[in-house]
Design a binder for this molecule. Sequence first.
Ligand SMILES: Nc1ncnc2c1ncn2[C@@H]1O[C@H](COP(=O)(O)OP(=O)(O)O)[C@@H](O)[C@H]1O
Ligand SMILES: [Mg+2]
Length: 365
Amino acid sequence: MTAALSVAFRAIAKSFGIIEALRPTDLDVAAGEFLTLLGPSGSGKTTLLNIAAGYIPPSGGRVLIGGRDVTDLPARRRNIGMVFQNYALFPHLSVADNIAYGLSARGRPADEIKRRVGDTLALVRLEGYGGRAIRELSGGQQQRVALARALIIEPDVLLMDEPLGALDRQLRKHVQLEIRRLHRELGRTTIYVTHDQEEALVMSDRIGVMREGRIAQLGTARELYERPADVFVASFLGESNLLEGRVEALDGARARLVVPLLGAVDGIAAAGLSVGAEASALVRPEDVVVDGAGAGWPAQVEEVVYLGDLVAIRIRLANGQEFWCRRLARLGAPEDAKVGVGWAADRVRVLPGTGTAARAAEPPE
Ligand SMILES: Nc1ncnc2c1ncn2[C@@H]1O[C@H](COP(=O)(O)OP(=O)(O)O)[C@@H](O)[C@H]1O
Ligand SMILES: [Mg+2]
């Protein structure tokens, strides 16, 4: 096995006519890392991946693989494996011939190809399927063929663009775990694109959340979930309750927000806040405490949804706003409609901007 290589994007930008698909973007993917680009449709994920692969040239900036500048190298001279959502298999070729393609194109000898196809079939757990026609395989099996085809060339970097998008939920979970296993076994540097936050959480060493051609925030799943930089990242990763208001006071790591019709809400200050500016307090549903005895802010229970392990409780605050609380189902739901709600101030994050502003800036699907 060859050593894994790092990937670096330096001020990479891409315009299509007047559309700025990527604003100048810097990103360092460590050797052997599994990095996921997560973001809504149109945020520039595929563009960044295609630039890494050499399928499209950037309008500006450089791409480095293993420290070497590959910006001007064509795709076939970069040792990259690519997996697409629609598999892009050759329907008239057998499974084995599809997998062998990268080696045949590189002119490897027949006996080596045969051996490596056998090994790669085993790697993706498709032993005995080499002679099958592509149309005889299920979607999940076809995606494993596509993965095998990308892996057989022992790529320096593995790129995957929403590879599980065409699979149903059950199968998707299964293949997610397979891809994780392969990553652990092979240690290949991987850049994985998805718009599915759960998938990003399950698979990644780090996640880059993309928005409008930029990486809005880069970090581990835990960092992004617990310390989102702004309302967009908070809303994109996990469930969120957002209280909108104005910053009344800033004191080091703490911020106090004044929420109309509700009052003062304290929390941990994110970067980019200033006194008097619009901001939002983020309270995750699992941090909302609903007290049947009525301690805390007065609220009304409107709905209780049983989720098996958890219950989700929809409540309405005195300012008319909806709020969600989640807790373990075995703790039960409050009996009364009139409750008090609260949360620990150190679980609240005060973020710059408001959800209304973030939604208005959202590109249409
Ligand atoms: N070949 C192209 N010609 C014109 N516009 C493009 C082209 N490819 C992508 N775009 C535009 O660039 C933006 C980013 O696209 P893309 O990278 O495909 O986003 P994502 O993969 O996150 O959905 C979108 O506005 C898209 O319409
Ligand atoms: Mg895309």
